[in-house]
Write a protein that binds this ligand. Structure first.
Ligand SMILES: Cc1cc2nc3c(=O)[nH]c(=O)nc-3n(C[C@H](O)[C@H](O)[C@H](O)COP(=O)(O)O)c2cc1C
Length: 385
């Protein structure tokens, strides 16, 4: 068997993941009043059974007005802890580190679910019981034409939002999660405070645009146990779509690290402007910006999680081998194949005989291989080239 890096354990603080495959946070728009549902349990447990090392629950709203849609999960209320605790227990008992992402959409809150259009909520949506609500942002600047103009809270109002992040982190801790990610990307509230297009404030949150992000990092770290890792999702997007220039990304990662952030989750999604409603896109795709991630990792020592169109296990292995990432996260590929990690382990020759598949499956998969492999080989032999 080969010693694939992807299947060596990863440890940070006192948490050990069985391998370096993480499932990226993915919103399902299937919560009721911010409470996680049976759908979420079934959806996420598949990834733990499929062998992933860390499984992240989707972006979970720290304030009700910060939801992306009416279907978002939240942690703004104590009643929302237990349904998430059930998920954390299921992930952990099936071998995965239970993780959760906390988010606040700011001026991009109040959208239709994607199957209802994914634009800003309208009067028609109100007629079917899912109307818009007042949103907040750093400044009263809409994302684009047709979007709501957010209310800009005063300085104390912003401090209360920082406090909401801290309270949600405490609830995530109480729910039993072992990895926490702060969503600082994709044009949502933290990203809006970082960017001059959306933050034109004149108080301390505008004079130094990093202030809100760094206060959130500090407030969350105070609530999040010292023995557990803290992740931060950043947008390594094109600068015209809200990404920093390389030197600013490095300096920002260093500032986060000094505040106890352990892992930078390097997404390439921008979204500071009108995306997704007006189809504006950064000129580049969503693939992992490995070279920039490597520069940040080397310059700051922060651990990196790479994400974006990572499909082939050999590719994932190369990112790790080149020092471009410490962890590999999967989004859509995991929806397509929730057993991706278990399959990748076989493909990289890192395990044989289904030894790390769920015990309940192993003997049957070994027997299946004994009969299915010859059947497949003879079918392939009969297929014309
Ligand atoms: C259905 C779906 C929901 C998503 N929801 C979130 C989310 O809650 N938070 C987040 O940071 N990114 C979210 N993303 C982005 C993914 O986490 C991931 O970064 C992106 O899809 C790129 O990875 P991929 O090419 O492996 O899909 C979502 C993506 C999908 C497909």
């Amino acid at each position: 068997m080969s010693a694939a890096l992807l299947f060596t354990p990863w440890s940070m603080r006192e948490v050990v993941a069985r391998n370096r495959v993480a499932i990226s946070p993915m919103q399902m728009y299937s919560a009721q009043d911010g409470h996680a549902s049976d759908w979420h349990l079934a959806h996420l447990a598949r990834f733990a059974l499929g062998g992933a090392g860390i499984v992240f629950v989707e972006s979970t709203a720290v304030e009700k007005r910060g939801r992306n849609t009416h279907g978002d999960i939240g942690l703004w209320d104590d009643s929302q802890v237990e349904p998430l605790a059930r998920i954390a227990r299921a992930l952990r008992s099936n071998g995965a580190v239970p993780g959760i992402q906390l988010g606040h959409c700011g001026r991009k809150a109040g959208l239709q679910k994607w199957w209802e259009g994914h634009g800003p909520l309208t009067a028609d949506d109100a007629a079917r019981g899912e109307g818009p609500w007042p949103t907040v942002g750093p400044s009263p600047l809409a994302v684009d034409a047709g979007w709501r103009v957010p209310q800009a809270p005063d300085t104390q109002g912003v401090e209360r939002i920082v406090q909401a992040w801290a309270e949600a982190a405490a609830r995530a801790r109480d729910a039993g999660f072992q990895a926490l990610e702060i969503h600082g990307a994709h044009g949502y509230l933290i990203h809006q405070f970082l960017h001059p297009l959306s933050n034109q404030r004149e108080d301390r949150y505008g004079i130094k645009r990093w202030t809100f992000a760094l206060e959130v990092a500090e407030a969350v770290r105070r609530q999040w146990p010292q023995e557990l890792p803290l992740f931060w999702r950043t947008s390594l997007a094109d600068p015209m779509d809200g990404g920093f220039e390389a030197d600013e990304s490095i300096a920002f990662a260093r500032a986060l690290r000094e505040r106890g952030v352990d892992v930078l989750d390097c997404s390439s999604g921008g979204g500071i402007s009108g995306y997704p409603a007006n189809e504006k896109r950064a000129p580049r795709g969503l693939d992992f910006r490995a070279e920039l991630a490597q520069q940040i990792r080397a310059a700051t020592g922060i651990a990196v999680m790479g994400v974006g169109l990572i499909i082939d296990p050999r590719h994932a292995e190369e990112f790790l081998a080149r020092g471009q990432a410490d962890l590999i996260a999967l989004g859509r590929e995991a929806l397509y194949n929730p057993n991706w990690a278990a399959h990748a382990e076989l493909a990289l020759g890192a395990s044989d005989n289904y030894a790390r598949w769920p015990l309940q499956y192993r003997m049957w998969l070994q027997r299946r291989a004994a009969v299915a492999d010859p059947v497949r080989a003879s079918a392939q032999a009969r297929t014309p080239a």
